[in-house]
Design a protein around this ligand. Structure first.
Ligand code: PMV
Length: 369
């Protein structure tokens, strides 16, 4: 695979001090990624809606280290990236190991990170430990800040190259983060029916989206805000010895082909069927892993049943999807917004922890602040 294209060219410009702020979104997969090989190569292609309201805002202040021989020698010996991390205004050393590991994975592609002391300030628009994964938006925001520095060092980089490399870097931190740079829909993973798709980075869905999917709504019902019992990393790894793994990977790629057609022809009934089937299949993979585990909670099932009831009774196109947790993403077209929001407020919200849910919709990707 051609990863050499992502190694930064020797710097043309010298930058002593810089600061960049990016707002990057979370995303929700319609066809799911579950299972990977090293280094963060997906076992099947996936596609997601980029979200609009759930995002991370991150500022990185870069300050070039003193260029004395002594200092350079020290850097060579340490080979450690020098950074401080603040989350919502407070120093957050607990998050540092994950970010340090991310820097180790990308150092080959961004060797300039050794030249700077970095101060990272980050905050999420959604509540901390809401069960909404913040790794996708968090890592894509860091990747965009790094790319802003890199484009000052190398002004020749085009906007397209910047986004592509940002997605490539974000992927090395968290696979789904590769889908959090652009919008409204992003494919990650090489797929014969998606032009330009790659295992190395996410690409915008390259075909015209049917109008029914414009401004699609996603209400996130916060069923369980606690720490997940099994992390995504462990879950992905359990796919290595999984008895149904190979057929799942084939199915997911077939489903992405079908989803691509649906998104273009606007067959919303087929969309509902495929999205829910993908969500339940993801959780079926968890339940049939060894060790097996269940991330859904009783209220997840209550909500699913209420959604099915509502759909039948109202001839609605509402559906649900799940990520690796108990929360439910309720998806519906914009023309049902008023009625479905009413249903969420009156019926579904009682199954949420502290009646907490978040209204979101499809978004367009990262924003420089
Ligand atoms: O990006 P990770 O390693 O946290 O994995 C995310 C996996 C799912 O959210 C369950 C599915 C997906 O495609 O986003």
């Amino acid at each position: 695979m051609d990863t050499a294209q992502f190694i930064s060219k020797s710097n043309n410009n010298s930058v002593e001090k810089a600061s960049f702020t990016w707002q990057t979104p979370s995303n929700i997969a319609l066809v799911k990624y579950w299972g990977k090989s090293n280094p963060q190569i997906p076992k099947n292609a996936s596609i997601s809606f980029t979200l609009n309201n759930c995002h991370t805002i991150t500022t990185i202040d870069f300050e070039k280290k003193r260029n004395s021989d002594e200092n350079l020698k020290q850097v060579q010996i340490d080979k450690k990236v020098d950074f401080d991390l603040f989350f919502e205004g407070k120093q957050k050393d607990a998050f540092k190991p994950k970010i340090a590991e991310f820097f180790t994975r990308i150092q080959e592609y961004c060797p300039y990170i050794f030249d700077y002391k970095m101060t990272i300030n980050s905050e999420n628009s959604f509540p901390h430990s809401s069960g909404i994964a913040s790794s996708a938006s968090g890592l894509s925001a860091i990747a965009m800040c790094l790319m802003s520095l890199e484009s000052e060092l190398n002004p020749d980089l085009s906007a397209e190259e910047i986004n592509k490399k940002a997605s490539f870097l974000a992927r090395l931190g968290s696979g789904s983060a590769s889908r959090s740079i652009e919008g409204p829909m992003v494919v990650w993973g090489n797929h014969p029916e998606i032009a330009g798709s790659s295992d190395l980075y996410g690409v915008q869905f390259p075909y015209k989206l049917h109008s029914v999917f414009e401004n699609y709504q996603d209400a996130i019902l916060l069923v369980d805000k606690g720490e997940k019992q099994v992390s995504s990393t462990v879950g992905h790894n359990l796919m290595h010895e999984h008895p149904y793994a190979e057929s799942r990977f084939t199915q997911a790629n077939d489903n992405l082909g079908k989803m691509s057609e649906i998104l273009q022809n606007g067959d919303i009934k087929a969309f509902v069927n495929l999205v829910e089937s993908e969500a339940l299949t993801l959780h079926a993979m968890m339940m049939t892993s060894n060790p097996y585990f269940i991330l859904m909670k009783p209220n997840t099932l209550e909500i699913i049943n209420k959604i099915w009831e509502y759909r039948n009774e109202n001839d609605s196109n509402i559906c649900f999807t799940l990520d690796a947790g108990a929360n439910v993403h309720v998806l519906y077209p914009e023309n049902e917004k008023e009625k479905v929001n009413h249903f969420i407020e009156n019926v579904l919200s009682i199954y949420c922890q502290k009646n907490h849910y978040i209204y979101d919709s499809v978004g367009l990707g990262a924003n420089k602040m």
